[in-house]
Design a protein around this ligand. Structure first.
Ligand code: XMP
Length: 544
């Protein structure tokens, strides 16, 4: 990215990607690097600003994550957050100690608004605190510019050197003026112009892709998920018929999903690309027959995907480029960027590059966070239902049917799931009509306004992922005058930020009741509906 950037130096805290996302929301490009990154590399990047994140250590402990004093002498503005603030103070000669009590949660804070960091915000507001250690003595040249009842240095600065230390977390939404504070830093103190926008990203990428691909052929495994759909739309705009999208319908997709994807990217859609839909349902069901062990099922589905894709790739012949929907969190989590441990090895299309005959991989979404991918999707004219689609696992309904998979069970779970999604979406839309901006009005908005109105203005209970699963349990019930012996459907709906931990969502009871009643009435073979209350851990989000 040849944008002027801010770099976020990661000390292992839980909000690190959030810091980077918030900076980008100020239209400033930024990247995350581990605290182990060489100073020479940082100098070479010549960032407009540096942000040091929170972290789990205490700065005075032996072996604690640290940074060199020279980092503060580069003449580049530095903002330390929480651990980063303590580290800045400690390295520059101040003192950090353990407090007698932890300061945690929403905390009233008083600001010196003559500081550039706090310009334009009220003198008192609420911030999010989470710390045991505190800055007990300021480093030479620093003054305190914010305090709370318990914490004399909630923020400190050496304005002359553009060094700022903030004990709380401006990146967390509970901090009332967090956005303004980060904006003050990156736009006013660092002097970034705010040129990072999705419309210009799309435009630049289209040019870059054309230049790179020339008249070459590109192959993309399209799953129908957000990332691969946005990538398909971007490539379609850039190189049109030089792109072939292969969409494997394994018969384990959500109801109507295969047709929806085909409608957008197939012949009747707006994109002029080669679209190949492989209906592989029978092959999958045959392979999965009688198999109930979860890992075995996942393996079969994954292997069969590769086999089907391989056959299609052979028909297409050699291609110049294989396109992949890698996004920035994948890069950070794989350890190539920040410090966060390698978290996920979930891949929709694991192993593809090994056997497809191609010269190079292209990953145009590699620098984007998920929200930005969605915005790019809106920019490219994809429908909201595709752009705001919730995550869906590669093995699909295969891991939402406990036990062996049959065509009958797939039908039950597809129908029950469609009802659940329809009712939750309808309740959320009704809430938006009443409390925000309805669908019709949204369609007239600009992309970023539409994003806010459609996605960020959901009711508080809105789950981040929700679906129906089929338990392997049948139980006795009564319907009309008849005894039934049918399946139990489990509804799962979770609130989560990172999908590593999750809480069950507090969907209004009347919505759940309506879903239950519709499922019982409309889906043959079901006589019981349960709501899964389990958080993660100990449960996982999926059932298998
Ligand atoms: P779990 O069940 O591990 O799910 O709590 C966490 C998130 O990952 C998704 N998931 C998968 N995604 N391939 C994927 O692409 C998979 O095999 C897979 N398994 C789980 C799950 O939907 C949730 O969002």
């Amino acid at each position: 990215m040849n944008q002027k950037k801010v770099i976020v130096i990661d000390f292992g805290g839980q909000y690190n990607q959030l810091v980077a996302r918030r900076v980008r929301e100020c239209n400033v490009y930024c990247e995350i690097y581990s605290y182990k990154t060489d100073l020479s590399k940082i100098k070479e990047m010549n960032p407009k600003g540096i942000i040091l994140t929170g972290g789990p250590n205490s700065v005075y402990e032996e072996g604690a994550a640290t940074c060199s004093k020279e980092l503060f002498e580069l003449g580049i503005p530095v903002l330390g957050l929480c651990y980063g603030a303590q580290l800045m103070s400690f390295v520059l000669g101040g003192n950090v100690e353990r407090a007698s009590a932890r300061e945690y949660g929403k905390t009233e804070t008083h600001f010196d608004t003559t500081s550039k960091m706090f310009a334009g915000i009220p003198e008192t507001s609420v911030v999010w605190m989470s710390h045991f250690d505190y800055i007990s003595k300021l480093a030479p040249g620093f003054t305190s510019v914010a305090h709370t009842d318990n914490c004399p240095v909630a923020a400190a600065e050496n304005a002359e050197k553009n060094l700022y230390a903030i004990q709380f977390h401006p990146e967390v939404l509970h901090t009332q003026y967090g956005k303004e504070i980060l904006f003050n830093f990156v736009r006013n103190i660092c002097g970034c112009e705010g040129t990072w926008r999705m419309d210009s990203f799309v435009e630049t990428q289209i040019k870059d892709i054309r230049k790179k691909v020339g008249d070459g052929k590109v192959l993309l495994a399209l799953s129908g998920g957000v990332d691969s759909s946005v990538l398909a739309a971007l490539l379609a705009k850039a190189i049109g018929p030089q792109l072939t999208c292969v969409f494997v319908d394994h018969g384990l997709l959500r109801k109507n999903e295969g047709d929806e994807v085909e409608e957008v990217f197939g012949k009747s859609g707006n994109f002029d690309v080669n679209f190949v839909r492989v209906n592989a349902k029978d092959r999958y069901y045959a392979k999965l027959a009688g198999v109930s062990e979860p890992e075995r099922k996942r393996k079969i589905i994954g292997e069969e995907f590769i086999r089907v894709f391989e056959e299609e790739a052979k028909k297409i012949g050699a291609v110049d480029f294989l396109a992949q929907g890698t996004i920035y969190p994948d890069v950070v989590e794989s350890g190539l960027g920040g410090e966060s441990a390698v978290i996920k090895s979930h891949h929709n299309v694991g192993g593809l590059p090994d056997f497809v005959d191609f010269k190079e991989i292209i990953e145009p979404l590699r620098d984007l966070f998920k929200d930005e991918v969605r915005k790019a999707g809106l920019e490219l004219g994809l429908p909201e239902y595709l752009v705001f689609r919730q995550p869906f696992p590669g093995p699909g309904l295969g891991i939402r049917i406990i036990g062996d998979v049959t065509e009958e069970k797939v039908r039950i779970v597809q129908d029950a799931d469609a009802i659940f999604r329809e009712e939750v979406a309808a309740a959320a839309e009704a809430w938006k009509q009443e409390n925000g901006i309805g669908a019709e009005e949204r369609s007239a908005l600009s992309v970023s306004e539409r994003f806010e109105a459609a996605y960020n203005s959901n009711p508080l209970w809105m789950p981040d992922q929700y679906f129906a699963a089929l338990t392997n349990m049948r139980s006795v019930g009564v319907m009309g005058d008849e005894r039934t012996y049918d399946y139990a459907v489990a509804l799962r709906a979770v609130r989560t930020v990172d999908f590593m931990t999750a809480e069950s969502a507090e969907i209004p009871f009347e919505v759940l009741q309506k879903v239950m009643s519709r499922i019982i009435n409309e889906v043959r073979g079901v006589n019981r509906v349960m709501y899964d209350l389990t958080s993660k851990p100990p449960g996982t989000i999926e059932m298998e």
